[in-house]
Design a protein around this ligand. Structure first.
Ligand code: HPA
Length: 233
């Protein structure tokens, strides 16, 4: 029995795409998968299973932020046997030279959240992507002629704050962007010996103040979904 996912055993595939927005899960399932069925509508956090080139794949909305991501990832791994989790989402650029629309493959996910410290008795853990998924995503993006940046990102617990320079030190240490989920996805994957990767599109630039249009974001979701789906086959 799962608290937050209303699926029966066997309705969820071992390979999972995890957008934050449940309507993106629906959009990607309808656009790219065949024989789709919706296995959960609990809290409107929709989940779908279908096939891509014959491979069984599920797509689950996971919400925003570390706690929501942790709930869905934990239940998917522990209750439904998910083995591969690929987040597809957006991030803010924290450097003027990283432009809107860039696709980032998140190699590591630093954080200001205390969630990892809670798991590690106050010590710092360095959550990292599955190298196998990262490497394959990089190759598949090249094959699809989708430009990517590969590097560390930062998962924050606060979308709104009044500290304009708070990300400077992260940018100065090579971190590419900020989002709110990947650090826990990577930690939970490691803890449960499964694979995880986050593929992110830059939707806003915190240095220049630019924000991508809804249209541009939609197009990039398709690019990220294509990379993620090709990684799985
Ligand atoms: N901050 C945090 N998370 C985000 C952002 C941001 O600017 N953009 C997309 N996800």
């Amino acid at each position: 029995m799962s608290f937050h996912i209303g699926a029966k055993k066997g309705e969820i595939a071992e390979i999972m795409l995890l957008p934050g927005d449940p309507l993106r899960a629906k959009f990607i399932a309808e656009r790219f998968l065949e024989d789709i069925s919706c296995y959960s509508t609990v809290r409107n956090m929709l989940g779908f299973t279908g096939t891509y080139n014959g491979t069984r794949i599920s797509i689950q909305g996971a919400g925003m932020g570390i706690p929501s991501t942790a709930i869905y990832a934990s239940e998917l791994i522990n209750e439904f046997g998910v083995k591969t989790m690929i987040r597809i989402g957006t991030c803010g650029s924290i450097r003027a030279d990283i432009k809107l629309g860039e696709v980032i493959l998140a190699m590591s996910a630093s954080t200001d959240s205390s969630v990892n410290k809670l798991y590690f008795g106050g010590m710092d853990y360095a959550p990292a992507a599955s190298f196998e998924l990262l490497d394959k995503a990089n190759q598949k993006a090249n094959d699809l002629s989708i430009h990517t940046l590969v590097g560390g990102i930062f998962s924050t617990d606060t979308f709104y704050d009044d500290m304009p320079d708070r990300y400077k030190i992260w940018g100065d240490h090579g971190v590419l962007g900020v989002e709110m989920e990947s650090t826990i996805l990577y930690t939970l994957a490691a803890r449960n010996n499964v694979r995880a990767l986050s593929i992110l599109t830059v939707s806003d630039n915190l240095v220049t103040g630019e924000v991508a249009s809804a249209e541009d974001r939609e197009k990039k979701i398709e690019d990220m979904a294509k990379i993620a789906l090709e990684v799985t086959v």
